[in-house]
Ligand binder design. Structure first.
Ligand code: SAH
Length: 560
């Protein structure tokens, strides 16, 4: 919950805008400001104060407890120009909140935490628990000192400027370790704890079993990703509460799935009760991995719980990211986040140039020239298989005549894949031309590099007969000059010479050009590989210099 506090009329107006934008996340604290701040500080995870920073500093100073517990505090100035992350930038979430508040109110977020300011991820913002000498290692990273990475398990980490050696260390492990001076320990969620329980098993018995098993095996509870059990135990109070206290989800699996998992210690009791010869071991192993702690029973008599611990295989992550047509503000926020999350970036050199400034220090960039598509796709997948966080980029939408399909054709189910859609050229061009895609439309690539011309021509003919608006991608290059005239001739067999045609070159880039012409008047020589050509259907009109395809044909008749 985000507590909102204001003192003045202007502050209250901004406060109300925020409350209206986030009705479920915010609570307004009225009354005397000092009381309001105290109440919100006690009750909320984060505060937005429409007050001077000095006033807020004085009010919260006596309430401060520690970095781990205090809520994040953001201050917005009277004019609504700045959203200042005042307290709890990382752990309290104030930096993130300042950015979000900035977006809603049109204010500039002000973030002073060092790692954010230089674009380095703070060690405490990687989404993983971190222990040890975090402050010293963060400072070393910031100062550009040598920091060594010691990864004992593979996990797709965001980029960190780390190397093989250094006076400081970032250690990635799920084992219990005593961090040395200058060592920060990251805890990846590698461990799955399978649990079984008899009806009514007490939570204390379950917890003592799980914690004892981890401790004796030298494994850190901070690396536990989930408790896993059989569907029939989804509501077993001792398991539900144990998961809650460990701060992890309780994941359940159907008995049939568990029965199919090979385990070292099957037994008859669970087979009779829930239909699988193993619950704890099978639930831990069902996603694959290495059994670190075989089934063991709790200390009660009779023992009411069992558990087993598995280290799941590190799964790499492949994000296939569309960058949009070129302009920075047509790159989606989600694409930007994925670019900053990846430690390896794979793409065509000219697209890498488009977003290089967004990458975090330490990102490994694997760029290649035109044509090396298969190779790029393979490289991206290989890096993900090695457990890296990889972003494979493409212009427009990465799934449209681009890298997504060759990459996913290579990828197996041992990596996670996320796609981020981008504004494809047909849409960027459409917005510049007017509303050419108002009715059914199709995109056709005129490149016959991978597709025989007969196939392409058949599709153009089908589109012509079906009266579809057509956008040609890859319309013409130096070596491929007869295809566009040929395709236009096919369309002209079914459409009037005056049919509007939009020619958009470098949409949203510095040398953007937009021309509206007709089927008869289009000069193919003005078209190149930076261009898309959109041909209207029989209802498309030029209206006030814009290309407009009506939503239906009847509408067009009525308005004639
Ligand atoms: N994945 C890209 C398309 C790749 S095919 C997308 O979704 O947009 C390459 C073709 O796309 C080019 O030959 C050109 O026809 C078109 N194209 C890509 N970006 C463009 C832009 N900014 N302006 C005009 N055409 C563009």
């Amino acid at each position: 919950m985000i507590g909102l506090i204001s003192a003045t009329a202007a502050g209250a107006a901004a406060r109300d805008r925020l409350a209206a934008a986030w009705p479920d996340r915010t609570r307004v604290y009225g009354g005397p400001v000092a009381d309001a701040v105290r109440a919100a500080f006690a009750e909320c995870d984060r505060l937005v104060c429409f007050l001077a920073t000095g006033a807020v500093v004085r009010l919260v100073a006596p309430l401060l407890h520690g970095k781990a517990d205090d809520p994040g505090v953001v201050c917005v100035d009277e004019a609504g120009r700045f959203a200042v992350s005042l307290l709890g930038g990382h752990g309290g979430g104030a930096n993130e909140l300042a950015r979000e508040v900035g977006e809603v109110l049109g204010a500039e977020p002000v973030v002073t935490t060092a790692t954010d300011a230089v674009g380095l991820p703070g060690l405490d913002t990687l989404g993983l628990p971190v222990e040890g000498d975090v402050a010293a290692v963060s400072r070393a990273l910031l100062d550009g000192e040598a920091v060594a990475l010691r990864a004992e398990v593979t996990w797709p980490l965001p980029p960190l400027p780390v190397g093989a050696e250094g006076a400081y260390t970032v250690r990635v492990t799920d084992r219990i370790v005593e961090p040395a001076d200058g060592e920060a320990v990251l805890r990846p969620p590698t461990l799955v704890v399978g649990v079984g329980a008899s009806k009514g098993a007490p939570v204390e018995e379950v917890l003592a079993l799980v914690e004892g098993a981890l401790r004796e095996a030298g494994l850190s509870a901070a690396s536990v990703a989930e408790l896993a059990t059989v569907d029939a135990k989804a509501g077993e109070p001792g398991l539900v509460e144990a998961a809650r206290r460990l701060g992890v989800p309780l994941v359940t699996h159907p008995a049939e799935d568990l029965a199919g998992v090979a385990v070292p210690n099957p037994s008859d009791a669970p087979l009779a009760a829930v239909g699988t010869p193993s619950v704890a071991e099978a639930a831990a192993l069902v996603g694959g991995g290495e059994l670190l702690v075989p089934k063991r029973k709790s200390a009660g008599s009779p023992a009411m719980a069992t558990c087993a611990v598995v280290r799941r295989p590190g799964r790499g992550r492949l994000a296939v990211v569309g960058l949009g047509p070129g302009a920075r503000d047509l790159l989606t926020p989600r694409a930007r986040d994925e670019l900053r999350r990846a430690s390896v970036l794979v793409g065509l050199d000219q697209y890498v140039d488009q977003i290089r400034d967004l990458l975090r220090p330490g990102t490994r960039v694997l760029e290649s020239g035109l044509g090396a598509e298969e190779e790029r796709a393979c490289t991206a997948v290989e890096e993900a298989r090695r457990g890296q966080a990889v972003a494979l980029i493409g212009s427009g939408d990465a799934g449209v005549y681009a890298m997504a399909s060759p990459a996913l054709a290579e990828a197996s189910d041992d990596i996670d894949v996320v796609g981020v859609p981008g504004v494809t050229a047909a849409l960027a061009a459409g917005a510049l031309l007017g509303a050419p895609l108002g009715h059914d439309h199709v995109s056709i690539s005129l490149s016959d590099l991978h597709t025989p011309w007969e196939v392409i021509e058949r599709r153009v003919r089908a589109a012509a007969e079906a009266d579809l608006v057509v956008t040609f991608y890859n319309p013409r290059s130096r070596g491929r000059d007869w295809q566009l005239p040929k395709a236009l001739a096919v369309l002209a067999g079914h459409r009037a010479p005056g049919t509007p045609v939009g020619v958009v070159r470098n949409a949203s880039r510095a040398d953007e050009s937009v021309r509206l012409t007709t089927l008869a008047a289009l000069d193919p020589a003005t078209v190149d590989m930076m261009t898309v050509v959109t041909v209207g259907n029989t209802a498309t009109r030029q209206i006030a210099g814009r290309m407009v395809t009506p939503r239906g044909y009847r509408w067009q008749e009525e308005t004639r």
